[in-house]
Design a protein around this ligand. Structure first.
Ligand code: NAD
Length: 345
């Protein structure tokens, strides 16, 4: 059985990655579109076989409550709109898959989680890397001890923010993005440290640097370097950048071997190497469509009435840690996370 998805927001990511990936899904189908641009929605509907009666705009959105074809609402809007549309989707009785970062504040995340519970609907955050075969293999190797004891994780995510690209324009506005490079892509570095170690950090220290003479960084941060300490004693050294050439890399250093995933969080064509003192070998994984896998995971969670692997609580943890990163950088000293509700997994 395939569950019906409504896509909210027909931007760059929705159009180029998500909507085409329904063709490779097994448990998901595209049935509805929500957009402020009627012409664009009509074109997309025509191309992907969505019925015209299933096109909504942001005003008519709440009428999805009357549409039984829609099971799951997938929110792909600027970050500051995630909370509002998640709550409205739950009020309409739908399940929600929401893009990262989950929201702007921890309070918004808590409201979203509560709304899902009250409506008895599932909430999943679209942490695609956790559904991507190379990352899943790296997690397996780390957890099953193939690298020895994990002592250090480093991860870097960077790209050049381009004010000419519409998708980057709202990213420069704090009220819409919530934060800068950290919220947008540093979250992948943070996720990597958490899913590779399988631990929750207990302490964070951080530096932030922004060239404020650059109009891109008037409101949001440019560069972030932060470190996490985990209960086992493992450390993570993580960065994000909005002004340097593209990087999406994860490195894991264990007592027996190290692993390099580079690129680690691309849309496709990942590469993984495992190095020991004696040898260096390439690890091949079947390259699967991570977007289809992610949507199917959500559909199965709904069908089988179980929690998705990346529920709202997972999104909330990252928002709390990223808020602690800002605080540590601002105060110029480490911030303890023990009291901010991190839970061991
Ligand atoms: P985008 O700007 O291309 O898309 C956002 C869409 O929201 C646009 O179509 C825009 O018209 C619409 N919108 C509705 N109300 C708006 C408002 N008030 N202001 C501005 N736009 C409004 O951006 P995107 O890159 O597609 O990002 C959308 C979301 O998806 C973000 O949360 C982003 O973090 C996430 N994203 C995730 C990945 C991933 O790999 N998981 C990749 C890219 C983006």
């Amino acid at each position: 059985k395939r569950l019906g998805y409504a896509i909210v927001g027909l931007g760059q990511f929705a159009l180029n990655q998500i909507i085409p990936s329904f063709a490779e899904s097994k448990s998901s189908k595209l049935v509805a579109l929500v957009s402020g641009n009627r012409d664009k929605a009509l074109q997309v509907a025509e191309r992907y076989g969505v019925q015209q009666k299933n096109i909504y705009d942001y005003q008519s959105f709440d009428r999805i409550a009357d549409n039984d074809e829609i099971d799951i609402v997938y929110i792909i809007l600027p970050n500051a709109l995630h909370a509002e549309y998640t709550v409205r989707a739950f009020k309409a009785g739908k399940h929600v898959l929401c893009e990262k970062p989950m929201a702007v504040t921890a309070e918004e995340c808590e409201t979203m989680i509560r709304a899902g519970r009250e409506a008895d609907r599932k909430l999943m955050i679209a942490y695609r890397a956790q559904y991507e075969p190379y990352n899943m293999e790296a997690i397996r190797m780390a957890r099953e001890g193939e690298l020895g004891k994990i002592r250090l994780v480093t991860s870097d995510h960077g790209r050049i923010l381009d004010p000419k690209v519409p998708a980057d324009q709202w990213r420069m506005v704090k009220a819409l993005a919530g934060g800068g490079s950290l919220y947008d892509i540093g979250i992948y570095s943070l996720q990597a440290a958490r899913y590779i170690t399988g631990e929750e950090p207990v302490e964070v220290s951080a530096h932030i640097s922004s060239d404020t003479s650059d109009p891109r960084f008037r409101e949001i941060e440019e560069l972030v370097a932060f470190q996490l300490r985990f209960p086992s004693g493992a450390l993570a050294s993580l960065t994000s950048s909005y002004s340097t050439s593209p990087v999406k890399r994860i490195q894991v250093f264990g007592s027996k071997a190290s692993l390099v995933l580079d690129p680690a969080t691309e849309y496709e064509r990942h590469q993984m190497m495992v190095k020991t003192e004696k040898e260096e070998r390439r690890v091949q994984s079947p390259e699967g469509n991570q977007f289809a896998a992610e949507m199917d995971h959500m559909a199965k969670a709904v069908l089988e009435k179980r929690e998705p692997k990346t529920p709202g609580e997972e999104g909330l943890r990252d928002i709390r840690i990223m808020q602690a990163v800002y605080r540590a950088a601002q105060e110029g000293r480490p911030v303890s996370l023990e009291t901010t509700g991190s839970t061991a997994r």
